[in-house]
Design a protein around this ligand. Sequence first.
Ligand code: SF4
Length: 145
Amino acid sequence: MTYKEWFESHAEKHRAIVEKLGDLSDEELIRYFRFENMVKREPEFCPLYKTATKCHEMEVLNCYLCACPNFRFDDAGMKKVEGKTLFSTCAINAKEGKQFVSEEAIHQDCSGCKIPHREAYIREHFSRDWREIMKHSDQSSSNSG
Ligand code: SF4
């Protein structure tokens, strides 16, 4: 699955859940997206829910802003870096972020970063419209309109 395919699929899943929960307050909605609740109530939202595995070890892991507003990607490649294709980056160069580098490609590695999973961060960037929060993520020309 490409980044773009995942992004579109995830946007739709997020939209459907938020729409279903229209009666909840913003704070109730954020709490609904806590990992333990999502595993029980929304098993299709994330593949890791099937085994109740947290992507990051945190006491309060919140899934509302998966992926991350700071993630940037282009499936066609953003640019060449020392002969390798750069496919994704972190807009804020978070110190917890890393790069996964292979012979031909460079991808952003967010496995060590908890920033978008913290509820204080989610409140700060909150919108019921996930696409609005993530609007800068897709850097491909197909997203220019
Ligand atoms: S490194 Fe952290 S802040 Fe940067 S894109 Fe990844 S999850 Fe987001």
